[in-house]
Design a protein around this ligand. Structure first.
Ligand SMILES: [Fe+2]
Ligand SMILES: [Fe+2]
Length: 170
């Protein structure tokens, strides 16, 4: 009886598989932000570069949060393989557009896991992901606010410099 109790996971297998996919998605997001940081750094968009380095670090933290959760629940967290990352952007605006669409994809993915956890009465997982739901709302808002700056200030060289200076690294 004791052995059986020890073998049981405190989350459902379906949740574990979805969380492992999410680990990979956060890892990929981290790599993608790092590529964006490099693009910005090379073009003298220093604030944007700082912002993207910070995003890259945060995505890794998200990855680790889920990684640790899966193992703490008795599951098997899998270290993700990150395949090729896009480094090719045509403008600063495209960098932030890519960032927003990436965040929207993450939000949808988190929502799908929460919906599945609800359906399976996997309340621990549902509860764990509440933090991510709030975080995603903030992340999407941050990216949309930055993209608004391009509409307001324009896209010529001076506008881009002024936009970059307004990007907060805090
Ligand atoms: Fe994330
Ligand atoms: Fe994010």
């Amino acid at each position: 009886m004791k052995d059986i109790a020890r073998q049981q996971m405190s989350i459902k297998v379906e949740s574990m598989d979805m969380l492992n996919a999410q680990i990979q998605m956060e890892g990929r997001a981290s790599a993608s932000y790092l590529a964006m940081a490099s693009w910005c750094d090379q073009r003298g968009y220093n604030q944007s570069a700082g912002f993207m380095y910070k995003q890259a670090a945060e995505e890794r933290e998200h990855m680790m949060k889920i990684f640790k959760f899966v193992n703490d629940c008795g599951g098997n967290a899998i270290s993700p393989a990150i395949e090729s990352t896009n480094h090719d952007f045509s403008s600063l605006e495209e960098v932030f557009e890519t960032a927003l669409s990436q965040e929207i994809d993450v939000t949808k993915s988190i929502n799908r896991i929460v919906a599945a956890a609800k359906k399976n009465s996997d309340f621990g997982v549902e509860n764990f992901l509440q933090w991510f739901i709030t975080e995603q709302l903030e992340e999407e808002k941050t990216m949309r606010d930055i993209l608004d700056l391009f509409e307001i200030m324009g896209r010529d060289g001076i506008a881009l410099k002024l936009i970059d200076e307004r990007i907060s690294v805090e």
